[in-house]
Ligand binder design. Structure first.
Ligand code: GCB
Length: 619
């Protein structure tokens, strides 16, 4: 037994040294991302995990800053009374996964650092089956070990990752240990400074995915053209039989069945014409079709919608028709109280509020939300702006930061590219106008386009100056974007937008006002000039709406924000108490007066009462 442990230490220390630099910037040892996980054969590892809070990373590094030989990955137990083992998962408390640690243990509310998670499970490997360990997300840096051996590492708090564990699972008892560290870093994405709670932990589902030896790893399907009803895409197999293999696609409602042959890389590209009776996906009619892929002895289902999205002049065309995006910004926080949201039930409540507001669109800020959120929105007919956490002032000249931002963007697009409701990939929020940032952001735009040429690219920008009552949007980043996003806060961070206020852009592109609003403590009333009252928030929003109505190229609005959210930057006692109060709904789910004002604005747009640049968006 001892010899075994020493052998393990030797091997794993060597491995750890190789894969664990002081601060990894990108994924290590991971398998290509498996998509469409809700439709796969999975074994959940959600539930109760033991945890150890380790602020000094004692389970990881020794007193010389080397990888410790007593690492908690070993999950050791003292076998003799004289043996020194200074931790014990078995007798440590438990956290629920998925979930952040901050809201599960009062001692961890403000904690930023390392927490170790451990879970035992029973598994019986079968020959001919491959197994992958999948994490929906871990914030921020995760190192994963199976049965005492490190098997992978991931950096980035909001995107999935998986490792192959075929052949590494024992028949019977197994254990996983994950070190999760949510320390903020200057070079991180996001960086040190951001306006939301840095919820740490295994915040999304954890599961084992079982597949045949050769399996359908990923696919991409999209409607290219309305008139020709051309659908195209690709399917990717993984495994020993992946090359020159036959893959079948069926869409039962169309009685469609077609086989494709993969190339040497295991990928098949396809293209076909949809039947004339194809119904398009739209917010009014969120039609989804069941599809089934078959390759060898693997089958994979999904439900997909078909629609087109493009920009023409100042217009955003959904299925060829100009659309106004009546939206709201949303953080991934539980609808009642705080804590990371992670379930379809929580997501549904948030999205239902957006529907009540009159939305056909949501801005999921400021990072990729959980997969259930996107799928729920797709079923409910809500278009989506999806964003990566390139936020404010990150480390623009650091190549590791760019590599990580690209990685998060890739993981986001890989996971969600088949969701019809996502129409915009946003590459960042309120980034500064510098040459270094432009280079960085241009690289992200190019990456997004290379991965997915079927959607629009945007970013939330800021105005550069106000001249003669006119706010100017002329950020050079705008030249690379399809749609301009812009955040403005007149009447909150700056002077009110007075009656003559105007908004101008140097670009001939559609604009989404991606943020505007004011803070109010729900139930706190007074004069409309008194900050934190619902009346103050209402007045500012009223003035914002007046300004918005004057912008002929405006094609969408997402006020900040649907629900009050926790932020350690919002410390004013009584009014804030750790909450950003710009929600249209309070942290307890109570609607504020401003909610109804915004609702009226959207009713007026949807009924065609309000037009933009002569364009009406009525039924
Ligand atoms: C912004 C940011 C958003 C903040 C918001 C605020 O411009 O994009 O993340 O939370 O302002 O409340 O200040």
């Amino acid at each position: 037994m001892k010899a075994k442990i020493f052998h393990w230490l030797f091997v794993s220390v060597g491995l750890c040294m190789a894969v664990l630099p002081a601060r990894a910037q990108t994924d290590t040892l991971l398998a290509p991302l498996i998509t469409d996980v809700p439709y796969r054969h999975t074994i959940t590892l959600n539930g109760s995990w033991h945890y150890i809070v380790d602020p000094y990373q004692t389970g990881y590094i020794d007193y010389r800053y080397r990888q410790t030989t007593r690492g908690y990955f070993l999950n050791q137990h003292a076998e003799h009374p004289d043996q020194l083992v200074e931790y014990n998962f078995e007798t440590s408390p438990a956290l629920q996964v998925p979930g952040d640690w901050n809201t599960q243990d009062a001692k961890l509310f403000y904690y930023e650092g390392t927490v170790w998670y451990e879970r035992d499970f029973v598994y019986h490997p079968q020959s001919g089956r491959r197994v992958f360990l999948y994490f929906g997300a871990a914030n921020y840096h995760a190192v994963v070990a199976l049965n005492g051996k490190i098997i992978g590492e991931h950096v980035g708090g909001f995107t999935p990752f998986n490792m192959e564990v075929t052949g590494q699972l024992r028949n019977g008892n197994n254990f996983i240990v994950v070190m999760v560290d949510n320390t903020r870093h200057k070079e991180g994405v996001p960086t040190n400074n951001f306006d939301w709670w840095n919820y740490g932990g295994l915040t999304r589902d954890v599961c084992l995915i079982e597949t045949p030896e050769t399996f359908i790893q990923d696919y991409f399907i999209h409607l290219d053209d309305l008139r020709s009803r051309q659908i195209s895409g690709w399917v990717q197999l993984n495994g020993p039989q992946a090359a020159r293999a036959s893959v079948q696609l069926q869409i039962p409602e169309w009685r469609f069945s077609r086989s494709f042959t993969t190339d040497v890389q295991g990928r098949a590209y396809f293209s076909f014409q949809a039947p004339a009776n194809m119904e398009l996906w739209s917010p009014e009619h969120p039609r989804l079709y069941r599809l089934v892929w078959t390759a060898g002895n693997d089958t994979l289902g999904d439900e997909v919608g078909f629609r087109t999205i493009e920009v023409k002049g100042n217009d955003i065309l959904l299925n060829g028709k100009s659309v106004f995006l009546r939206g709201v910004s949303i953080h991934e926080e539980a609808p009642f109280g705080g804590g990371r949201a992670y379930s379809a039930a929580q997501d549904h409540i948030l999205l239902q509020w957006a529907k009540e507001l009159g939305c056909n669109y949501v801005r999921l800020a400021h990072y990729p939300h959980n997969e259930a959120m996107i799928r729920e929105a797709e079923k409910m007919g809500l278009l989506v702006w999806s964003e990566i956490p390139v936020y404010w002032t990150i480390d623009w000249t650091n190549p590791g930061t760019l590599a990580n931002a690209k990685q998060q963007l890739t993981e986001e697009i890989t996971r969600d590219k088949n969701r019809a409701n996502i129409i915009i990939w946003s590459v960042g929020n309120e980034t500064p106008r510098t040459a270094e940032r432009l280079k960085f952001m241009k690289a992200l735009v190019e990456q997004a386009r290379a991965l997915d040429s079927t959607r629009l690219i945007s970013a939330a920008l800021q105005i550069s100056h106000v001249r003669n009552d006119t706010s100017w949007l002329d950020d050079p980043l705008g030249q690379y974007l399809d749609v301009l996003g812009c955040n403005i806060y007149p009447g909150w961070y700056g002077p009110s937008a007075d009656a003559g206020a105007r908004f101008a852009s140097i670009y001939q592109k559609p604009l989404i006002m991606s943020e505007f609003g004011a803070g109010a403590l729900q139930g706190y009333h007074g004069d409309s000039t008194q900050r934190w009252t619902e009346e103050f928030q209402y007045r500012v929003l009223d003035e914002d709406i007046r300004l918005l109505k004057t912008i002929p190229f405006l094609r969408g609005t997402t006020p900040w924000i649907l629900k009050d959210f926790r932020s350690p930057k919002r410390l004013l006692p009584f009014y804030q108490d750790g909450w950003n109060r710009k929600g249209l709904v309070s942290d307890r789910g109570v609607k504020k007066e401003a909610f109804y004002l915004m609702q009226q604005f959207y009713t007026d747009i949807a009924s065609g009462k309000i037009s933009f640049g002569g364009e009406r968006f009525g039924p």
